[in-house]
Design a protein around this ligand. Structure first.
Ligand code: ZN
Length: 318
């Protein structure tokens, strides 16, 4: 026989029961009743499903997502307004061009320039993910377009001569920041430095070759030679930092980098080094002596660091 009075009492107590603040006898009474009464059990499940915390959490998430949505739509509106304003000069020049008072080249350069401004102002407003990378990418594309139109219509320069150094300069300045945030797929995820270094190296060579193109072959060979010497240092330092052997502590690693840098100076200024050594005693000029001193000091400092690292490690083991 069902007793409605117990149902009433149990339902009154259920919120306290769910919060775990009921006394032991009440708990027992409630649990016993819940096994017998399906209606109260249903109410209990409903209540525990929507406890206060959950309600608060739901409410909070709702508010946050509404806020984010509002911000997003505000950004879209701002972006649309800026994009619209950017169109005004393009329309004006288009009209002037159509009336025969300006060349089509001017219009194209202007469109590309507005694209550049848009890449910096509108794009970051309208995108949610990878804003920085996208802004740099689109700015670069717009810049290359401007250069293309200027080269085509106004100047005698060839496009590659202008475009390649542009890509190189932008890469050197921005690629490390883009890569730091980038989520690369598995085989590349731990090779960000390598990718940046390889990319910059390729564009440096291209810059040298493109800017010397059409001049004497000797000049190109010289340029490539000098570039190679310059490129060896960052690659050697990169290689030194990548030696993963457990035997290498920070001290030894620093020693190797100093050593590599010193040997690089020797290699880069090989002739000056030889001259400096042979003319050391004859009052040779200070800068000639520097080409000897820098590699020598680097070798000594590098060796000291490496030995210190090795000794320290051995002591720690004993
Ligand atoms: Zn009941």
């Amino acid at each position: 026989m069902k007793d409605n009075r117990i149902c009433g009492i149990v339902r009154d107590l259920l919120p306290l029961y769910i919060d775990g603040v009921c006394s032991e006898p009440s708990n027992k009474l409630i649990e016993k009743h819940l096994t017998e009464c399906g209606e109260c059990l249903k109410i209990k499940e409903l209540l525990s499903d929507k406890t206060i915390e959950k309600t608060v959490k739901d409410e909070k998430e709702g508010v946050l997502s509404r806020h984010a949505a509002k911000e997003r739509s505000a950004a879209w509106k701002a972006g649309a307004v800026i994009a619209g304003i950017l169109l005004i000069p393009i329309i004006i020049v288009a009209i002037v061009t159509a009336s025969g008072h300006a060349s089509a080249g001017t219009l194209l350069v202007l469109i590309a320039s507005m694209g550049l401004v848009a890449a910096i102002t509108v794009l970051p407003l309208m995108t949610k993910k990878n804003r920085f990378a996208k802004a740099v990418l689109f700015s670069t594309a717009a810049l290359l377009l401007i250069e293309l139109f200027v080269c085509l219509f106004f100047s005698g320069d060839s496009f590659p001569e202008v475009a390649v150094p542009t890509v190189f300069g932008i890469s050197v300045a921005f690629l490390p920041f883009i890569m730091r945030k980038a989520d690369l797929p598995e085989p590349f995820s731990d090779k960000k430095t390598l990718i940046v270094l390889a990319w910059d190296t390729i564009w440096l060579y291209l810059t040298v070759i493109v800017s010397l193109w059409g001049k004497s072959t000797y000049l190109i060979a010289d340029g490539v030679g000098v570039t190679t010497v310059c490129v060896i240092l960052p690659w050697a330092i990169y290689a030194a930092t990548r030696i993963k052997a457990a035997a290498l502590c920070k001290c030894v690693r620093a020693g190797i980098i100093v050593l590599v840098s010193g040997l690089w100076v020797l290699l880069a200024e090989y002739q000056a080094f030889v001259d400096g050594v042979f003319r050391w005693t004859n009052n040779s000029a200070l800068n000639e002596k520097l080409y000897v001193l820098i590699p020598a000091l680097a070798v000594i400092a590098g060796a000291v660091l490496i030995v210190t690292g090795v000794v320290r490690r051995r002591n720690r083991k004993n």
